[in-house]
Design a protein around this ligand. Structure first.
Ligand SMILES: Nc1ncnc2c1ncn2[C@@H]1O[C@H](COP(=O)(O)OP(=O)(O)O)[C@@H](O)[C@H]1O
Ligand SMILES: [Mg+2]
Length: 139
């Protein structure tokens, strides 16, 4: 992976600023893997990006939905593979086809499928107390 930048945040506002920077960088069809513990802020980032791009529905933590699609000037595909225990459960969901649309795709818990991708961003979030480190890299 090639490091792009690391962004440190101690407040919601600083995390929002990182989301704005991300929204400037991302282009249609980009894929963004989100890695970090539960509660580190993966879904938060997707929500913020949806707000910035004014997508139709606000993204909520998709604890049940594996795939959510939000339409906007730039559309967002939000995949959350947290509950996937075996890669075969991803068959027939159509997620690979969604990667080939104009939408920007965000994938939480992507470890299982990372080796199937070749061109993608990755954000690794480290949470220490109130401080979050957002590390942005590209394959
Ligand atoms: N500085 C911050 N940056 C991002 N999220 C924060 C911050 N402070 C508090 N939060 C809260 O932390 C929670 C992160 O949860 P979420 O994004 O659902 O995590 P994940 O998807 O990684 O499990 C949200 O409720 C968010 O409002
Ligand atoms: Mg989440």
């Amino acid at each position: 992976m090639r490091d792009i930048n690391t962004f440190s945040s101690e407040t919601i506002e600083e995390s929002r600023a990182f989301a704005r920077e991300l929204a400037r960088i991302l282009k249609p069809s980009d894929i963004v893997l989100l890695e970090g513990n539960l509660g580190s802020g993966k879904t938060f980032l997707v929500k913020e990006i949806c707000n910035i791009w004014e997508t139709d529905e606000e993204a909520t933590s998709p604890s049940f939905a594996i795939i959510q699609i939000y339409s906007g000037a730039i559309s967002v595909n939000h995949f959350d593979f947290y509950r996937i225990e075996d890669i075969s459960e991803l068959d027939n969901l159509g997620w690979e086809e969604l990667l080939n649309t104009d939408a920007v795709s965000f994938i939480e818990w992507p470890q299982m499928i990372e080796n199937q991708l070749d061109d993608y961003y990755k954000i690794t979030i480290e949470l220490n107390g109130e401080r979050r480190l957002f590390k942005l890299s590209h394959s």
